[in-house]
Design a protein around this ligand. Structure first.
Ligand code: HEC
Ligand code: HEC
Length: 340
């Protein structure tokens, strides 16, 4: 019979063994498992140096106070991504700045503003991101997000240099009329980071986890797609949630930043094909504006509905298109988004 009160060596050894076993079980083994099983997804782009600096600006400015970057596997999170987030999505956090500091995984816990996991898909326009940071109210009328004016400088128009990013801020929105607003390096880095935020696709053959509470067929949108019921999609709703951020709720655009769709020649063309192609593939045909990002993340039905909405509202009057046409064009313009 071991007497712990007398045999101190045994006491220490037993305690030590308990300690080693426990730490192996709850700390060492799981961390090796994490290391081996949570590599980056094969189609995940490597973060550029600029995007990495932008992440640091995001941390420094405290954006995490109002924004999450985690799509939970519940029905209400469906709007923020095409699949629930997985550990590999946070692979960037393995690239530590130095041995003393850990890189934060920016999951966040407060959603005063939208989740940003997939914001590069929703708002992949530099012009939009810049204006929004300079003053959110310029693009989202009733936004409660604070402005980040210190990421920009107002300079004389003669001081604008080659390579400067200028913002299309109208005279009445300038604090010093006559000046030009340019982005600082920190703003450029932060915007590059914002636009890089896109959910990477899972490797072929790997099904994403289901959203709890959603039907196994992927919800109402997919159900209506299967039955080909275009009527079920409200084009006005798609316009408000997707296009209005740039082209504005009244379709009149923002001078210098986003063109008007109201009365636009291209929108009123008899043949809708050009417009279908623009929404699917993005567009950079107008010299006075920056590029429009592709909206191919929308379904065929949604794209057809929103195009028909734009072509029959805001004073526009042009014949409609249909989901079948969008489907055919998708195979040509954005084949990578064709549903397998
Ligand atoms: C006080 C809370 C708050 C803070 C801090 C904040 N935001 Fe926001 N943010 C919001 C709200 C509310 C919205 C929705 C309204 C809008 O689009 O302006 C929003 C919207 C956004 C959007 C558009 C998202 C979408 O899906 O349309 C982006 C991008 C964004 N914020 C980035 C940032 C960045 C970058 C920072 C830090 C520099 C930041 N936010 C700090 C509250 C905040
Ligand atoms: C993130 C900002 C943004 C979003 C969202 C957006 N657009 Fe655009 N759109 C632009 C910009 C910028 C241009 C100008 C592109 C260029 O320079 O050629 C443009 C151009 C267009 C044009 C061509 C206009 C013309 O006169 O030639 C059409 C049509 C259009 N958008 C339709 C849409 C529709 C429909 C949606 C919603 C499904 C949408 N856009 C969403 C930014 C956006």
């Amino acid at each position: 019979m071991i007497n712990f009160h007398k045999d101190h060596a045994t006491l220490v050894n037993v305690a030590l063994m308990g300690f080693v076993l426990l730490s192996t079980g709850v700390a060492v083994a799981p961390s090796f498992n994490m290391q081996d099983n949570n590599g980056p997804l094969p189609d995940m782009p490597v973060m550029t140096a600029q995007e990495r600096r932008g992440l640091d600006v995001y941390v420094a400015e405290g954006c995490i106070a109002c924004h999450t970057q985690q799509v939970r596997n519940i029905e209400m999170d469906k709007t923020w991504g095409t699949r629930p987030s997985i550990p590999s999505d946070y692979y960037y956090s393995k690239q530590r700045p130095d041995i003393w500091r850990n890189t934060p995984s920016l999951l966040g816990s407060e959603r005063t503003g939208p989740d940003l996991t997939n914001v590069g898909v929703r708002k992949g326009s530099e012009a939009w991101q810049m204006l929004h940071l300079y003053n959110p109210r310029l693009v989202e009328k009733y936004s409660i997000m604070p402005r980040y004016g210190w990421l920009f400088r107002e300079v004389d128009s003669t001081a604008v240099k080659e390579g400067d990013v200028t913002l299309a801020v109208s005279a009445e929105n300038l604090s010093h009329p006559g000046k030009v607003v340019i982005a600082t390096e920190r703003a450029k880095d932060l915007v590059a980071y914002m636009i890089s935020l896109k959910q990477a696709p899972l490797p072929e053959g790997l099904a994403p986890e289901d959203f709890i509470g959603s039907r196994s067929d992927g919800g109402a949108m997919a159900a209506s797609a299967a039955s080909g019921a275009t009527a079920a999609v409200d084009g006005g709703r798609v316009f408000t949630s997707v296009c209005a951020a740039c082209h504005q709720p009244d379709g009149k655009g923002l001078p210098g930043a986003f063109p008007a769709l109201a009365g636009a020649e291209l929108v009123n063309e008899k043949d809708p094909l050009k417009m279908v192609d623009i929404v699917l593939g993005g567009y950079d045909g107008l010299p006075q504006y920056g590029p429009m990002p592709s909206q191919a993340h929308l379904s065929d039905e949604e794209i057809a509905a929103v195009i028909n909405y734009v072509r029959s509202n805001f004073g526009n009057d042009a014949p409609p298109t249909d989901a079948e046409t969008v489907k055919t064009q998708r195979a040509v313009i954005a084949p990578e988004t064709v549903q397998r």
